[in-house]
Design a protein around this ligand. Sequence first.
Ligand code: G3P
Length: 216
Amino acid sequence: MKIFLDSANIQEIREINELGFLSGVTTNPSLVAQEKGDFHQMVEEICGIVDGPVNAEPLGISYEDMIREGEILAGIHPNVVVKIPICEDGLRAIGFLKKQGIQTNATLVFSANQALLAARAGARYISPFVGRIDDIGNDGINVLAEIISVLDQYALDTEIIAASIRHTMHVTEAARIGSHIATIPYKVIKAMVKHPLTDLGIAKFVKDGEKYLSKS
Ligand code: G3P
């Protein structure tokens, strides 16, 4: 499973990118709204940091706005992937942008049927929102598994991105059931690195190393 960072924060993106496992970045209007500065410049800067897909979402929601803004976003850098919410206008926009050679990520996906339609319309990526399904009392990982098993049966050029990841177990489960990608918030990636036994082990090695050095 590839690891994307779900963030529009330049510092976070730089820091996580330096760790060497990052394959891409996803942003959305809510993440962009938490940052200062011009949206398009932000996308350009992220593309300069990360060598992989950088997902950016049009702010307008009509078909016309999505294709107009989608073309502008895609013109910023060849790695830009345009995020399009799954709805009738969104499906049309996915098809139109594909014909222009622009990759899309169908976002706000909550069911296997939505995923199937988005894949057939030509979405390069599909983002089931695992955490938001949990929020309303359903099992987000189950829905993700259903989407993976449906799309796996056909030779579609579509990768599934487990999105709306809230904690480390979401990541483990997404990897276990074969999600192609998980897009993970900064704080969850930080938590994935940590294990109390690693901390204890490092402390003991440091202590024993010092003991050895003091004898020599
Ligand atoms: O990638 C989509 C993600 O940013 C949504 O996460 O936590 O707002 O449901 P959340």
